[in-house]
Design a binder for this molecule. Sequence first.
Ligand code: MLC
Ligand code: AMP
Length: 504
Amino acid sequence: MSNHLFDAFRSRMPAPDRLLMETDDGRSLTYGDMLARSAQLAHALLQLDVEPGDRVAVQVEKSPEAVLLYLACVRAGAVFLPLNTAYTLTELGYFFEDAAPRVIVCDPAKSADIARMIEPSGAVVVTLDRNGQGSLTDQASRQSSDFHDVQRGKDDLAAILYTSGTTGRSKGAMLSHGNLASNARVLVEQWRFTSGDVLIHALPIFHTHGLFVATNVILMAGASMLFEQKFDPIRIVSLLPRATALMGVPTFYTRLLQQDGLDRQAARNIRLFVSGSAPLLAETHRAWRERTGHAILERYGMTETNMNTSNPYDGERRAGTVGFPLPGTALRIADPDTARPLAQGEVGMIEVKGPNVFSGYWRMPEKTKAEFRADGFFITGDLGMVDADGYVHIVGRGKDLIISGGYNIYPKELESEIDALDGVAESAVIGIAHPDFGEGVTAVVVRTPGSRITGAEILGAIAGRLAKYKHPKRVIFVDELPRNTMGKVQKNLLRDAYKDLYAS
Ligand code: MLC
Ligand code: AMP
């Protein structure tokens, strides 16, 4: 039977004894192990009555088993729904209600709370731990290591990834087998991955970057990865001589530059450093080149579209740009209001179309419609321009979004929480240049008359409700927020006023 995405991996699979991954706690997994164990997990999913198209929501720590579970979902025809391990129970409640998963896979510490929370929905809650009796891994160990992959075509869903929305509710981006397979194939070709490559994988695997860019590219190339639980710059420098490639968010590169051991000698075996998910400062690009002799290759993507553009493998990797549209992806710059295509050099909305672009938001036809043009181009929300040589520059965002260390934070979500507190009249949450995270989440708050609410009290109130990475790094109190004549808060004035807040 044909299973579009897994067949694509299978077609490039090396000999069964080739290494797929080695972990920082000394475990290794070959391609043969991957085939057998993902088959066992796929059987275990079917035993839980998972049917094609059913969602399997997964909030677990990074591990080989988590990757195997992703592949098992693909093979069983299920829709993999990974969730950031930082999400609180409050945040999870929304995702479970919206996605209505058949199975929820979580860490043992959370399973009782989650089971209680979703009780009426009928979803099954299981854990993935290696030693736990009754865990999915345990159930899988008794299954056959042969599995007939469930038939899935290129338009069938492989995954749903939630992305926060500018106006509140998170939206589930529906990604098909074809979206993932086509993008991985293009990236393998563009970045010249072969079965001889060894990638340092230190990204989380619940977002596009770590899961679809890094992991899918490795599977599609039949290559190997050094699979790190966390990003630890000292350890990454020590791993460089054993690897040929590294993919990271800009914070990886700025933190690595602080390591004395980072030099040409350490990077002697590396052929490619890739950066994405947030803007890489031209200054970081230059410093990296000086220290290692390598020009970082910057690319641009998003959850809804996978990767859209990349700097060239051969040819100039131009600092401050995200390179050229990938083969098969059409990119244009349009007037955000009228959709009129703009000329080269003009700044406007980046719009994209291609096999990489998702089919829509889960159960949100209206929101889906609003973010596509009539001719099928997706409106990214990023503002950019194309220079005379065809390089795409991202010059800003048309959406109120903060990117901190590669994670997206929508101010609206924080503002709603803060505004609801006693003693707060209103708030504006902004991103301010931050030397480590790129942008630092900052809350500017107006107290109600007579209120003495403190920053610590505000942070205390959102702890347990919102994931830690979303929390403001600073809370600033002001008498009033600047507004334009329409009454809209002028966040640009606030960003200007506090631009040096985190300057080191
Ligand atoms: C952790 N913290 C963060 C944070 N990460 N705060 C803001 N922004 C972040 N990104 C919090 C922690 O909870 C902690 O709080 C404090 O900050 C310091 O933590 P740390 O130990 O320094 O953080 P660390 O665990 O080292 O994580 C930093 C990081 C991580 C950069 C390694 O954030 C990371 O892996 N980012 C990658 C995100 C990613 O994969 N994005 C891709 C999205 S896909 P406290 O108070 O407890 O000390 C996408 C599409 C595309 O965007 O194009 O790729
Ligand atoms: P996400 O919704 O988490 O997938 O984040 C996608 C957003 O990250 C994009 O819409 C961009 O705003 C941003 N992004 C990704 N890569 C880059 C890059 N190389 N430079 C600037 N912004 C980027």
